[in-house]
Ligand binder design. Structure first.
Ligand code: GDP
Ligand code: MG
Length: 440
């Protein structure tokens, strides 16, 4: 999804004249991408209509921020689609709440239950975990293991096969123990689908949860809408958590889950570990969906950082041109070694997680190694924006000159190409002489 949308926006930015035709082409492409992803047809159609209403063609013709206007409109529309208009029930510390987790097997329920408990425990809550998954062998052991690791009380049974009974016993036990967040983990599979939903209905009826959380895997396809709806019909889903956001999936299905359950996304899972759990940030999520990195965060950051770059006008100029040469990389590495302002900036950009951080010994050594190699490059090589100029024979020469391996030079060059790509996204950023900065 992100790729196609970026491509659509890219095509648009390449067009010299933006007229209705271009806007329509762009919208069609984004529509196809959203449909191909996990978003329901009606939602996509609504978005299309709204964008057309918002994007005034006369403004486009007159204004010079065409790309930005359309980009903003799409961005805002997707944000709106993720906002059901009312917040979910939020448990209060010190007041007992029951939160039931539902979702298909493998979606990450058990993991997310623990993360949710741990997250609150760190803030001084008294959470507890109840394992009401009696279907899958090993379910209780998994929860027990997680809970023990996080020092969170748990309840479950190897013998009892009635999930309703266990859920009720667990909730009552922890209410007596004055726990303020009682989390009920459930099964995600049954011999028959209907039985699973009936079980969810019964567990919900018996435990009367204050909140039912629908857990979905970010990579779930078109099934997102129906799946979320099916759970909503058996238990009153009031919130969504999207897991495995650390993978390749962009989580477009969240739009469908929000629409189907009329509930907001409250957290995302970003890894297998207990602390890989974050509050949901709609702007960051949509940025990622559009393949833009954390665009809003980046814009906030640039406001903060740009004044510090006042003494580097040429770098700022190049930033706005989107050109990235090996010499700029060299200068940036110098910055990184001093943890300069640019490193704060680039850390916000897409792909930044792969960037050497400059704050540990290993990456510092790597950066220094790269710089040594670049010291063996000619001015022509350092200042060129054409990546093809670095031929094989030049790589061999640079390796010999710097006393490094050919493989290492190639690696450095790959890094350069990757950063150049990131850098090109900054193209068009307007850098004012003094004061704030206006995006595009
Ligand atoms: P359940 O069947 O719904 O209870 O799912 P589990 O909690 O057992 O998780 C299924 C698998 O997904 C396990 O291997 C988890 O470690 C993994 N998992 C859960 N959440 C995340 C996440 O946010 N990121 C990654 N990478 N893996 C996750
Ligand atoms: Mg489970």
């Amino acid at each position: 999804l992100g790729g196609s949308i970026s491509r659509a926006l890219q095509q648009m930015s390449n067009a010299t004249v933006i007229d209705e035709k271009v806007l329509n082409e762009c919208l069609n492409e984004i529509t196809r991408a959203l449909l191909q992803s996990d978003v329901q047809f009606k939602l996509v159609r609504d978005m299309q209509t709204n964008i057309k209403k918002i994007v005034n063609l006369e403004d486009l013709a007159a204004g010079h921020n065409k790309r930005r206007i359309i980009q903003n409109a799409i961005f805002n529309e997707l944000c709106k689609m993720l906002d059901p208009g009312k917040p979910s029930f939020t448990p209060k510390k010190g007041k007992p709440s029951v939160v039931m987790f539902v979702g298909l097997q493998g979606s990450g329920k058990t993991t997310t239950c623990t993360k949710y408990a741990y997250y609150h425990q760190k803030k001084g809550w008294k959470p507890a975990l109840v394992c009401a998954d009696t279907f899958r062998a090993g379910a209780f052991d998994q929860l027990k293991q997680n809970a023990t690791k996080a020092k969170i009380p748990f309840y479950g049974s190897y013998m009892e096969s009635d999930p309703v009974k266990i859920a009720v016993e667990g909730v009552e036990t922890f209410k007596k123990e004055n726990c303020d967040l009682i989390i009920v983990d459930t099964s995600g599979r049954h011999k028959q689908e209907a039985a699973l939903f009936e079980e969810m209905r019964q567990v919900a009826e018996a435990t009367k949860p204050d909140l039912v959380v629908f857990v979905m895997d970010s990579s779930i396809g078109q099934a997102a809408f129906d799946q979320a709806l099916a759970f909503k019909q058996s238990a009153a889903v009031g919130a969504v958590i999207v897991t495995k956001m650390d993978g390749h999936a962009k989580g477009g299905g969240a739009l469908s889950a929000v629409a189907a359950t009329k509930s907001p996304v409250i957290f995302i899972g970003t890894g297998e570990h207990m602390d890989e759990f974050e509050g949901f940030d709609v702007k960051a999520f949509v940025s990622r969906l559009l393949g833009m990195g954390d665009w809003s965060g980046f814009m906030d950051k640039i406001q903060e950082v740009v004044p510090k770059l006042d003494n580097q006008p040429e770098l700022l100029q190049k930033l706005s041109e989107g050109t990235f040469t090996l010499r700029i990389m060299y200068e940036q590495f110098q910055n990184l070694l001093q943890m300069g302002p640019l490193s704060q900036l680039t850390s916000m950009l897409p792909g930044a997680e792969l960037m050497p951080k400059g704050n540990d010994k290993e990456s510092q050594a790597k950066i220094k190694r790269y710089m040594t190699m670049m010291d063996s490059m000619t001015n022509e090589e350092l200042d060129s924006t054409n990546t093809k100029i670095i031929t094989e024979s030049r790589i061999v020469r640079i390796a010999r000159g710097s006393g490094r391996l050919v493989r290492e030079v190639m690696e450095m060059f790959e890094e350069y190409k990757r950063l150049a790509k990131i850098w090109s996204k900054m193209k068009g950023i307007k850098i004012p002489k003094k004061g704030g900065i206006s995006p595009l």
